[in-house]
Design a protein around this ligand. Structure first.
Ligand code: HEC
Length: 463
């Protein structure tokens, strides 16, 4: 038992002296530590720096579902329940606390396992424990600090189309392919590429037009660029506070506010509100327990819908960012979300191989599409609410109209379905034109397919 020597003050815990089987049995409620509210403790030390260390360096391996060493560090209560070796700290006594000892050079096992914390981080933990190890849950809802990341070149041949966005006049299709944005002119029969926006070094994951079609916003790794679409020049680059990839973008109805989703891979998903003209960050809030994968604005501009890797869809008031409702039922990532015309219904596409349609007010799921065999990677609803386009990671696509609500257990005839010819490659993003005549989808291999809905026939747009 490697931990024992590091634990002189905690040896009263019976589990350290007995066999693993007994450990499990004896491990139940760990004895409460006797707090030593040392009179020498510095008054009201700032505990946030230490909690940020736990949040950024430890919680990844000590959270529900991944409790290494049996230890959770997500709440004070869980932390004080302790891990396989009992309670990890003695408030007021850092030097005698495992949670501090393991951070030092000779910590065994050393924490975090494959890296050394900086001296200020270790000092922050020490000061925190010495001052009584109190808690401030709000720290865990803050967006993590921006970390400098060394970017490596994208592998040659990696050209995924990760986002599509149709201009409000439906004449230009913006295609995010690898780190470029291509502008396809849909007004001409041959659909030529009429422009290219270069400004990202990393793959572009998110695109959003303003409602007047004058600007396009593009999001890559820790970077948002706004473009004037008359001159096709950059108007602003936003990097402030952004962590990880920008996973979704939406410009509000007035064209003044930008909503962006970001977060570290596998970490919490944040929504941020920016003033578009100045690029100033107005607010940030934690929206999902895992990355936000999709974001939509209702037609009246009042509601924002987000889908996340935490299996949830959530509805927000755009005005103040408060949570209005949530939709729970997918058993895997919610990959894509869409509103109907008047935001009375929403569609969510899940990695659990199901598209669900929900009644917004009752939060009941009223339609389910798919036979649970294929992952649905995208949904788009026409603004008139007539047609719902759906794509899959197996290259199939379909358009659903006349979506009826479920009656009892009956699952058939929930909609009229128009199947589009399969293209045999994983599709990543979809748009349907406002007149319901065309569906465009981007693929992981870097192509954009166009289907004429009436015939179901596919053709490829030459990029
Ligand atoms: C990469 C994953 C990882 C990270 C990051 C990590 N830990 Fe751990 N931690 C582990 C593993 C694995 C164990 C069990 C080690 C063993 O038993 O040998 C463990 C055990 C522990 C224990 C002992 C629990 C017990 O009761 O046995 C403590 C205390 C602890 N970690 C604290 C921390 C702190 C504090 C941080 C952040 C500074 C941290 N860990 C970061 C993986 C991690």
């Amino acid at each position: 038992m490697r931990l024992r020597h590091a634990l002189p003050s905690l040896l009263f815990l019976p589990c350290l002296l007995i066999s693993p089987a007994q450990v499990a049995a004896a491990n139940a409620p760990a004895p409460a530590p006797v707090p030593a509210p040392a009179s020498a403790a510095p008054p009201a030390a700032d505990i946030k720096p230490a909690l940020r260390v736990l949040r950024d360096e430890c919680v990844g391996c000590h959270k529900p579902g991944k409790a290494k060493g049996g230890l959770l560090l997500t709440t004070h209560e869980k932390m004080m329940k302790g891990g396989d070796n009992g309670v990890p700290l003695l408030p007021g006594k850092a030097a005698e606390s495992l949670l501090y000892q393991l951070l030092l050079k000779d910590g065994d096992p050393h924490m975090p396992p494959k890296k050394d914390l900086t001296a200020p981080q270790i000092t922050a933990i020490k000061t925190w424990i010495d001052s009584g190890a109190s808690w401030d849950a709000s720290v865990f809802d803050e967006a993590p600090a921006v970390r400098p990341v060394k970017l490596t070149a994208m592998p040659a041949g990696y050209q995924p189309v990760l986002a599509l966005a149709l201009s409000p006049d439906a004449k230009t299709l913006a295609v995010a392919r690898a780190n470029s944005v291509l502008l396809v002119d849909l007004g001409k029969p041959e659909r030529p590429v009429s422009g290219r926006l270069e400004g990202h070094a990393e793959p572009v994951n998110a695109l959003a037009w303003s409602r007047d079609g004058r600007s396009l916003v593009t999001g890559g790794f820790q970077k948002i660029i706004t473009w004037d679409m008359t001159t096709r020049q950059q108007t602003r680059v936003i990097t402030e506070s952004l962590v990880g990839s920008i996973t979704a973008l939406v410009v509000d109805a007035s064209g003044k506010t930008l909503f962006a989703a970001d977060g570290e891979t596998g970490g919490a998903g944040f929504l941020r509100r920016f003033d578009l003209a100045s690029g100033k960050l107005l607010t940030t809030w934690k929206a999902h327990d895992d990355n936000v994968l999709s974001l939509r604005l209702s037609a009246d501009g009042k509601l924002l819908l987000s889908g996340g890797a935490d299996k949830m869809a959530r509805l927000w008031n755009t005005e103040n960012g408060t949570l209005k409702s949530f939709y729970e039922g997918h058993t895997n990532h919610v990959l894509s979300v869409a509103f109907n015309k008047d935001a009375t219904r929403i569609a969510t596409a899940g990695a659990d191989r199901e598209v669900k349609v929900w009644d917004v007010a009752s939060r009941e799921q009223d339609v389910s599409l798919g036979d649970k065999k294929i992952v649905f990677s995208g949904v788009d609803w026409t603004a008139d609410g007539v047609s719902l386009a759906v794509i899959t990671d197996k290259g199939t696509a379909s358009v659903h109209t006349d979506l009826k609500k479920h009656v009892g257990e009956q699952r058939s005839e929930t909609s009229r379905e128009k199947r589009l010819t399969g293209v045999g490659e994983a599709l990543t993003s979809v748009v349907i034109t406002p007149d319901s005549k065309w569906v465009f989808a981007g693929s992981f291999e870097g192509r954009v397919h166009a289907w004429e809905v009436s015939s179901g026939k596919a053709s490829e747009i030459k990029l």
